[in-house]
Ligand binder design. Sequence first.
Ligand code: LIP
Length: 266
Amino acid sequence: MPHDELLDLARDIALRAGELAALRRREGVEVAASKSSPVDIVTEADRETEALIRGLLADARPNDGFLGEESGSGSSSSGLTWVVDPIDGTVNFLYGLPHYAVSIAVVEGEPDPLTWTALAGAVVNPAIGEIFTATAGGGAFLGEQPIRVAAPVALSQALIATGFAYDSAMRGRQGELVARLLPLVRDIRRQGTASLDLCFVASSRYNAYFERTLSPWDHAAGALIAREAGATVKGRADAAPDRDFILAAHPDVAAALERTLDRLAL
Ligand code: LIP
């Protein structure tokens, strides 16, 4: 498969970037700046890790584009763009929680999640040594093991993950929704790293995941991995996922959850 070469590059760079992030974590992490709100923070490790990834990609594939959380975008003459979150789960990383990830995807077409075609993706959690990967049409893997979305269950038996925005007013509305949803499902998990949340749907660790206000780099790789594992990954109605909404689950669970979220006035 031609995408295997792209995946090999994504995997190798994600593993090297993960080693750097884990090293910086062991050395100690401090907030370098805040972004959209006082709790939307960036560390020097975020910036350094993205610089490493961007440089390695430029060396290997100089004609490809780049879209990263910390250093913005670079144009593509090849039709491919690398979409990168150098440390997804930055708050977990800051606090030393072993649940953060390097997320690298390569997409074809405009770097717009509503229109791009993801070709390959890798999500590495260096804190526990797990790597999730996928290529378009090639299946999804945890390490060397194929992974699949969980078989459908009733919503009342579903373990559902979600996340919250950095904007306090939005977080309040999201919390109210979760309070209404919680009695209707098995349980809720909020672990703070969208790319891993999507990989956990892909590997049957969650029955479903939904969130609002994600950036393209949060879900570019994880959405491909979840889809290749048999999950539906969507935005509202039949749109592709975007900043407004993303939902990932077995198709039957996705339909039931979306109806319930609509009823609870998501
Ligand atoms: C995070 C996401 C997570 C969300 C957080 C934050 P970051 O990305 O992965 O799902 O709930 O609020 O957006 O900022 O750590 O790259």
